[in-house]
Design a protein around this ligand. Structure first.
Ligand SMILES: [Zn+2]
Length: 474
């Protein structure tokens, strides 16, 4: 850069001076390897939002007990909105205030993603097809009371009312009598409002990728046993994705006294706990959620931060990419573009269902293989389809849209659904024909007419005539 002549203390230098605060960003040095207390986290998020306003959205999901905003930064090509079909990822740090490495890793991840957009094909492709939400500090009140270098104590672990936030969620297996804390409630509302399909929660004090369930039918006072969730296969894959891409987590014995084969563990197999966040988000968010313990020492000294970033960087990215594994799609009323919300999407005989959004969307992250996928809702026919999930990973899961036919006259099916509240598992011929009808007729073929068609007319030729009739009379 040319220097200005110094004959006068020229005001011409003023524009340059105004640029100085932004110099670190221009040089790609946004986040130093230094700890960020709450106010500094807020400042970093604000600066990134200012510098990358096109691809970031800064918002608060609520306040801590002591009134600190729980800031989230979303990163995507259209960061302020949910784009139909685009998966959403949730990364949450610092749920325990004294476990701080996750918070710092998430700030570095923010830098890596924003700097990479437009410069790195993988990051650009990913952010064009995905929205990533980062909450660096879920427990900022606890953070403020924590001490650098304190590896083992629980000072700062809890929120300002002395509640452990990772014991504060409603539990699948036993009653949790703890009053729900503001931080917990903020997470619950956030998770209900955005259709996350992948989530990771960062802790410290061990080195392991841990997956549901965290509790067991015997409760947290029961034995440590493998508490298998319906999505155990994909959970093991997600946990392994993190541990095997991590600098040393996969070794399994990084922290003295612990051994985790391949650096992963079922939550309850390690130790059962009641009221954990990952089980709740999995159940109520229809979201695959894992817990990442990313440092042996809960609050290591600052000089370790660079090493941790080197170890975690690939894991953080590779885990993000997994959100495009499996299948996704939308569910519509047959013959229309009207989405069906609250339909259940069930994979094979897995004992759980995910639910469609208000736009009829669903996501199911799955390992490669063949799956029987059933979509159903009370009052509609169900549809089952076989879907192959490939091994290669792109920026989209396999897209499978479904078209459900309303049960107008099929009283047997209606009765079955009203008594069980469950789906049927047989392929519905009405749905199949209805889907074809939609393809032929495009928009406009009404439900009842589709039922009418299937019931009364068996030949494809006659069906086409009827569709024409619908189109021109409705
Ligand atoms: Zn923790």
């Amino acid at each position: 850069m040319m220097s200005q002549p110094r004959t006068t203390p020229s005001l011409l230098l003023l524009p340059l001076l105004l640029w100085l605060p932004w110099l670190p960003h221009i040089l790609g040095q946004n986040v130093p390897f230094e700890y960020h207390e709450y106010s500094q986290v807020t400042q970093v998020l604000r600066e990134f939002h200012q510098n990358y306003s096109d691809i970031t959205h800064l918002y608060s999901i609520g306040r801590s007990v002591q009134g600190r905003e729980l800031w989230v930064i979303a990163i995507s090509d259209n960061p302020t909105v949910h784009e139909v079909g685009e998966p959403e990822v949730q990364y949450v740090g610092n749920i325990h205030g004294n476990e701080v490495i996750g918070k710092e890793m998430l700030l570095h991840l923010l830098e890596y993603l924003t700097d990479g957009y437009g410069n790195n094909d993988t990051i650009s492709g990913y952010l064009n097809t995905t929205r990533v939400h980062i909450l660096p500090a879920m427990n900022p009140d606890g953070l403020q009371g924590s001490l650098e270098g304190d590896c083992y104590s629980s000072i700062g672990r809890e929120n300002a009312r002395s509640y452990d936030l990772n014991r504060n969620f409603p539990d699948k297996f036993e009653v949790n009598t703890q009053p729900i804390q503001p931080e917990t409630e903020a997470i619950m509302n956030w998770t209900r409002n955005i259709p996350f399909s992948l989530s990771a929660i960062f802790h410290g004090g061990a080195m392991v990728a841990n997956y549901p369930w965290d509790n067991t039918p015997y409760g947290q006072s029961g034995p440590s046993i493998y508490s298998r969730s319906p999505d155990d296969d994909i959970y093991r894959h997600l946990a392994l994705t993190y541990s095997q891409n991590h600098g040393n987590m996969h070794e399994g014995d990084v922290c003295s006294g612990d051994f985790f084969e391949d650096g992963i563990s079922n939550g309850a197999d390690w130790y059962p706990l009641r009221g954990g966040m990952q089980d709740w988000v999995y159940i109520h968010g229809d979201c695959l959620t894992i817990t990442l313990e990313v440092s042996c020492c809960k609050y290591p000294t600052q000089d370790k931060l660079r090493d941790h970033w080197v170890w975690n960087k690939n894991s953080l990215i590779e885990l993000l990419l997994q959100v495009h594994r499996g299948i996704k799609g939308q569910v519509f009323i047959n013959g229309t573009d009207t989405p069906v919300s609250g339909a259940t999407v069930t994979i094979g005989d897995r004992d759980n269902s995910f639910h469609t959004t208000s736009a009829g969307e669903f996501w199911r992250i799955l390992i490669p293989g063949q799956y029987s996928v059933t979509v159903s809702k009370a009052g509609y026919s169900s549809e089952t389809r076989t879907v192959t999930v490939p091994g290669n990973l792109t920026f989209s899961a396999v897209i499978e849209d479904f078209y459900l036919v309303e049960n107008g006259t099929n009283s047997a099916l209606n009765a079955s659904e009203s008594t069980t509240g469950e789906y049927t598992t047989e392929t519905s011929p009405t749905a199949t024909v209805g889907r074809e009808a939609r393809h032929l007729a495009g928009n406009g073929c009404r439900l009842q007419m589709a039922d009418y068609l299937v019931t009364l007319l068996n030949g494809a030729l006659i069906m086409l005539i009827c569709i024409n009739h619908v189109l021109y009379t409705d």
